[in-house]
Every structure is written in structure tokens, then in C-alpha cells.
Ligand binder design. Structure first.
Ligand SMILES: *Cc1c(COP(=O)(O)O)cnc(C)c1O
Length: 232
């Protein structure tokens, strides 16, 4: 079986190549290793290869991994749906949240962020395909919500995140990512500092990089298939 070390090496090469193809500096694309439903051993192996940023979708699972790897100086990103009764642990233990779509949740995080920590980095999740059942902010509501979050004291508004409908070709994948880039640009034009586009996963990160992704969130291409959880 091919291990995490080899997978990381391959992905770093592909990310660099995608960036160069898009006439971008490879250093402008951050690789976020999505470790949900992966064992701690694999996180530690990635950390030994110099991987610093990790993403988790579930609060309890994330806390276990943060504790188990506390000697490693890692940066933890919360990328799952955040229920308002779980904000305290996220405010205390994570560095980023990518999935905010309500002011109420952001206000709780700001209130609960410990004073000795740097501001919690926040991305707004955008419902980029206008899917009825999907979480995320509608494009029209973005400017007002981004502005309100930018004013909260213990948060730092960083940008936008999306999770588009899956498409299986590069050309079909690009439009949703282009749309997110355009939305971020118009926030910047409105005077709201926006430096992050969190978009692209194992199957579509090349297209996301072509459209300006600054953080790609890659799970299975680094860690292999996830552990199947009986409860889900
Ligand atoms: C699971 C997940 C990923 C990683 O998906 P892969 O296809 O395994 O790369 C990225 N982003 C979010 C929000 C996820 O939930």
C-alpha cells in the first residue's frame, strides 16, 4: 500500500505544477490535509513530512487528534458543519473555521475565543451552486455578513470557502471556483480585506488552483480511504 509520505510528495509536485500552469507562485497555495476519519498515526506521519495544516469535520474527533498531537505545533482548521452548541470547544482549540454561514455562530465564537490566543481565522461558506438543501450563505447576503464578522473583536475574517457539486472534468469544475473568486474580489473592492479562497478537494484541486485557490482541502488523496463509521 502506498503511504502518506509518498502521497504527500506526489501531491506537492502536482500542486506546484498546477500553480505554475496557472502562472502562480507555488507558495501561494496552502495544502490543508483533511484528516477526518483517519487515524492519528497518519496525522503524525504527515507531520513528520512537514505538513502543518490539518482539517477536521467533527468536534470530538478533532479534539482527540489535537490532544494526541499537541507536541507537534500543528495548525487546526474546522471544516465541518458547526452546531451552535459546539462552538466553545472550537473557539478554544482550533485556529481556523471555514464553514461559517450565520452571524450568530460567529458571535459565539468571538465571545468564546480565549484572550490569550490570536484571533480565530474565519471563512464564510458560500452556497455556490444555489442548492436548496445545502449549507452556506447565498451570494447576495455575503457583503453584509462579511462586514459584520470583520467587526467582531476576536475573529479575523479571511475569505470564502465552497464545496461545489462534484463534476468529473477540469473544465466542468472551473466555473463554480471562478464564481467564488469573483465574489471574493467584490468583497475586497467593497473594502473588506479578503485574502483566502478555500476551495478544491482530492478530485478537483487542480481546477481550484487554476481559479485562484489559496487553500486546497485534500483528504483521501493524502491519507487513502476514510474509516467507515457505523453511526453515519
Ligand atoms: C472531507 C472533506 C474534504 C476532503 O475531501 P477528499 O475528497 O477526501 O479530498 C474537503 N473539504 C471538506 C469540507 C470535507 O468535508
Amino acid at each position: 500500500m502506498i503511504g502518506v509520505t509518498e502521497n504527500l510528495r506526489k501531491i506537492r509536485d502536482l500542486v506546484a505544477k498546477s500553480a505554475v500552469d496557472a502562472q502562480r507562485e507555488p507558495g501561494t497555495v496552502k495544502l490543508l490535509a483533511v484528516s477526518k476519519k483517519q487515524p492519528v498515526d497518519k496525522v503524525l506521519e504527515a507531520a513528520r513530512c512537514g505538513q502543518r495544516d490539518f482539517g477536521e469535520n467533527f468536534v470530538q474527533e478533532g479534539l482527540l487528534k489535537i490532544t494526541a498531537t499537541s507536541s507537534e505545533d500543528l495548525i487546526w482548521h474546522f471544516i465541518g458543519h458547526l452546531q451552535s452548541n459546539k462552538t466553545q470547544a472550537v473557539a478554544e482549540h482550533f485556529d481556523w473555521v471555514h464553514t461559517i454561514d450565520q452571524l450568530k455562530t460567529a458571535e459565539r465564537l468571538s465571545r468564546q475565543r480565549p484572550a490569550n490566543l490570536s484571533p480565530l481565522n474565519i471563512c464564510l461558506q458560500v452556497n455556490i451552486d444555489d442548492e436548496v438543501a445545502k449549507s452556506g450563505v447565498d451570494a447576495a447576503a455575503l457583503p453584509e455578513l462579511a462586514q459584520a464578522i470583520a467587526e467582531l473583536p476576536n475573529l479575523r475574517f479571511r475569505g470564502l470557502m465552497c464545496l461545489p457539486e462534484y463534476k468529473d472534468t477540469f473544465d466542468a469544475q472551473r466555473p463554480a471556483f471562478a464564481k467564488l473568486r469573483t465574489l471574493a474580489k467584490s468583497l475586497s473592492a467593497d473594502g473588506i480585506d479578503t485574502d483566502t479562497l478555500s476551495m478544491g478537494m482530492s478530485g478537483d484541486y487542480a481546477a481550484a488552483i487554476a481559479e485562484g485557490a489559496t487553500i486546497i482541502r485534500v483528504g483521501t488523496a493524502i491519507f487513502g480511504p476514510r474509516i467507515v463509521d457505523q453511526r453515519t
